[in-house]
Design a protein around this ligand. Structure first.
Ligand SMILES: O=C(O)CCC(=O)C(=O)O
Ligand SMILES: [Fe+2]
Length: 203
């Protein structure tokens, strides 16, 4: 719990937090093997809201697999961790989070994602972005760093190391993924003000 409080402090003060070893080893292994098992079902990601469907590999070159709590029930330990995370944000950051949407993402070698914000113009219910990296043997030079832009325009790089978690305020923190030089795996999602189905009505 103490850890959580200092992470909440970070995100309140700086708009982002970077947490190493966020996942327990057994949970990491479970998610990683689920990821590898689903790889054949990944599809090229689009940009924009809802079934997001503008595909533009100049902007973004990752393949994704959207998770579904009912269908992907064997990830229950992960879903409970998300429930706990939401609860803590609501309690200590006074947010009103009530849903989430998550996908697995695979950037093949050469894949990147241009600088962007995670909120869409037509749908602004993404409050917190949450990325967990699943790259076991990431080395300097492998590329695929997350670039985070600070308010003063400066930026810094975050390596996509196994079990590292990055969370930031979706509307506040511009970011990019630099070109990966080998396959780059992550579990990325958003904690929502309203469940995404509602976003369709309010968008
Ligand atoms: O994988 C990352 O480091 C960031 C991905 C991202 O920005 C996104 O999917 O919106
Ligand atoms: Fe993003």
């Amino acid at each position: 719990m103490e850890d959580w409080l200092s992470w909440m402090d970070d995100i309140s003060n700086k708009d982002y937090v970077i947490i190493d070893h966020f996942l327990r080893e057994d949970l990491y292994t479970e998610i990683k093997s689920f990821f590898l098992g689903q790889l054949p079902a990944f599809t090229l990601a689009g940009i924009g809201a809802l079934e997001e469907h503008q595909i533009n590999t100049k902007v973004r070159g990752d393949f994704t697999y959207w998770l579904d709590r009912k269908r992907d029930a064997n990830l229950e330990a992960y879903w409970s961790l998300l429930d706990e995370t939401m609860h803590i944000f609501n309690r200590y950051c006074y947010l009103s989070l009530s849903g989430y949407e998550f996908h697995l993402a695979h950037y093949p070698s050469g894949g990147h994602y241009d600088k962007h914000l995670d909120q869409f113009e037509s749908r602004n219910n993404r409050m917190i972005s949450m990325i967990i990296y699943l790259n076991d043997a990431w080395q300097p030079g492998d590329g695929g760093e997350l670039e985070i832009f600070e308010k003063d325009g400066s930026s810094f790089l975050v390596e996509p190391l196994a079990a590292r978690c990055v969370m930031f305020k979706s509307a506040e923190v511009p970011h990019a993924v630099l070109e990966a030089h080998k396959s780059r795996f992550s579990l990325t999602g958003w904690l929502l003000y309203q469940p995404s189905a509602m976003g369709k009505f309010f968008g």
